[in-house]
Design a protein around this ligand. Structure first.
Ligand code: MD6
Ligand code: FE
Length: 222
């Protein structure tokens, strides 16, 4: 896909029942407002390149976080959630109310998210197929918000060998991996340059909102 070709949309009837698909959930003004919040978060908590636990090789996607907990990865300690930025040691910035409002609207989950991972895809960045398994609480869904250039999303099943369906996520789209899709494999095959005017520099942001701690570890209800 390029800026002149049509995006690939999913066959909605064929999507798994526990996969939430909300194309165009955020309108233009909401996207601008959320982008402004992301810029402020990055000013306080700069994007960093996590490294693979096994090889120490950097991801092509740059990351930062907001909320109480942030997802980090490095060769020494692997994938995990931490309270502090790996380079500055500062606590993560507060999660924007607008992101929490998206969670409230689409998650079907009463407790609020504890972590919001912010991915930035510059030229050529992609994210291999994975399932999100670093959270102790997998009864809660993961909610994803896309901003900027469209990206080819791959949605598979619970086994790596399961059939994969691919379609494009555009700026303002929200998807939810919950229920039987919570542990489904998924990834970003590529970003389509020039498909959104939201980011003057081009590229794509993706926010994923998560619960992390298991119910019995939580302080004060939830
Ligand atoms: C991305 N998304 O859209 C990567 N994870 O850039 C994810 O890895 C993801 O979209 C969990 C739930 C939904 C997602
Ligand atoms: Fe994921």
């Amino acid at each position: 896909m390029n800026s002149r070709s049509q995006p690939i949309l999913p066959d909605r009837a064929a999507l798994p029942k526990d996969f939430g698909y909300f194309p165009g959930f955020l309108g233009a003004q909401a996207q601008d407002a959320l982008l402004e919040e992301i810029r402020a978060i990055i000013a306080a908590a700069p994007l960093f390149l996590p490294t693979m636990p096994s090889t120490g090789k950097p991801f092509s996607v740059a990351m930062t976080n907001c909320g109480q907990l942030g997802w980090v990865s490095d060769k020494a300690s692997g994938y995990r959630y931490e309270r502090f930025h790996p380079e500055s040691g500062a606590p993560w910035p507060k999660m924007p109310n607008q992101a929490i409002a998206v969670w409230r609207a689409v998650s079907g989950h009463k407790a609020l998210p504890e972590a919001c991972l912010i991915n930035f895809y510059g030229a050529g960045a992609k994210l291999g197929d994975h399932c999100d398994r670093d959270e102790d609480d997998r009864s809660a869904p993961v909610v994803s918000i896309s901003l900027g250039d469209s990206a080819r999303f791959r949605l598979g099943g619970l086994r790596r060998s399961d059939k994969v369906t691919s379609f494009d996520l555009a700026s303002g789209d929200v998807v939810v991996l919950g229920g039987e899709t919570r542990m489904a494999y998924h990834g970003i095959a590529r970003v389509h340059p020039g498909t959104s005017g939201l980011l003057p520099e081009g590229g794509r942001f993706n926010l994923t909102l998560r619960r992390v701690s298991s119910p019995d570890q939580r302080s004060g209800g939830g």
